[in-house]
Ligand binder design. Structure first.
Ligand code: ATP
Ligand code: MG
Length: 313
């Protein structure tokens, strides 16, 4: 749906915000763009939406080049910007209808009503925009972005400043849009949002796209599982029988921890030279260690992200 090739952006200040980024977004997917503050996410989105001119490289949206064929490219796109930019003295419904008109689409009051209702803005349809709360303004921006029924929706930090319940509603809206075939690209600092929503994840750092991966594959590849055994009596050292498992003994001798790749299918741990957990438990029993309790922990997208970004210079 979107094809980005060798895209670079150097701002007039001389700051190089994007460095040779290439990325293809598939039709109908939810793509989460992750990266720390200043990484270049908004710059990338702004270029695709025609708000920032690229220094080098090309972008096409459904086959339409964003520069030579910008009208067709932009008509396909809806953008919910990161910054709250609204016309204070307009009324909610008028403003959304006007946005639709900007794209040359004929009026469709029934669609606008459905849209405002799905964003819980129908009660506020005749309110002046400046009287809305911050979260309502953000929902208004979403309504405006969807007013012309775009095929691609960019959500730049859609849930910043949005309360927990509304965030759930927005996730549901995004899922509904995806079912209707809309391609969605979102940036977020809430990793659990990407973990919950995205089909694919891209990580950008210092203007470079350092990773693009299916979310499930990423969690499987980089995810770790940790099994911790709480012991009834402290150990002075790891018994010889348990040496093959490469266990970590806590300084107080009361916990043994086994770390292994979090393979989702098959027996846990049965990968790449890791003995299976069942073997470990048998060996623990055979060595006569009394286990008081055990717990397991799986790494989240957040931990994967932090370790990726930290690894960069
Ligand atoms: N108009 C501009 N002129 C000069 N530099 C800019 C401009 N816009 C952005 N930058 C710089 O480009 C870099 C990338 O900014 P960008 O807004 O794309 O980051 P981001 O990934 O969206 O960050 P955040 O998570 O904080 O929104 C930053 O160093 C920023 O200061
Ligand atoms: Mg940004």
């Amino acid at each position: 749906m979107i094809s980005i090739a060798h895209l670079s952006k150097t701002y007039a200040s001389g700051h190089s915000a994007l460095k040779d980024v290439s990325l293809d977004i598939r039709r109908g997917e939810i793509f989460a763009l992750l990266g720390p503050n200043g990484a270049g996410k908004t710059t990338l989105i702004s270029i695709v939406c025609g708000l920032v001119t690229p220094s080098a490289g090309t972008v096409s949206v459904d086959g339409h080049d964003i520069i030579t064929d910008y009208r067709a490219a932009r008509a396909k796109i809806g953008l919910v910007p990161q910054e709250l930019t609204t016309d204070s003295f307009e009324r909610v419904r008028d403003n959304v209808c006007f946005s639709r008109g900007l794209f040359g689409r004929p009026p469709d009051p029934a669609y606008i009503e459905t849209l405002l209702r799905s964003l819980s803005l129908w009660e506020k349809r005749d309110a002046l925009i400046r009287t809305l709360s911050g979260g309502m303004k953000r929902r208004l921006l979403i309504a405006k972005a969807l007013s012309h029924q775009p095929e691609v929706l960019f959500l730049d930090e859609p849930t910043a400043g949005v309360d927990v319940e509304l965030r759930r509603d927005m996730w549901n809206l995004v899922r509904t849009l995806r079912e209707e075939g809309v391609t969605i690209i979102l940036t977020t600092h809430y990793l659990e949002e990407a973990e919950e929503m995205a089909d694919r994840v891209g990580v950008i750092n210092h203007g470079e796209l350092i990773l693009v991966e299916d979310k499930a594959a990423l969690m499987k590849k980089l995810g770790e599982k940790r099994l911790t055994l709480e012991l009834s009596a402290p150990l002075a050292g790891v018994p010889d029988l348990l040496a093959p498992f490469d266990l970590a003994l806590a300084p107080d001798g009361r916990e043994l921890t086994y770390t292994y790749a979090a393979a989702k299918e098959g027996a846990p741990g049965e990968r790449a030279g890791h003995p299976a957990v069942a073997d470990l438990l048998r060996a623990v029993a055979a060595s006569g260690i009394a286990v008081r309790d055990l717990r397991t922990r799986e790494s989240s997208l957040e931990e994967i992200f932090v370790s990726l970004v930290r690894r960069e210079p």
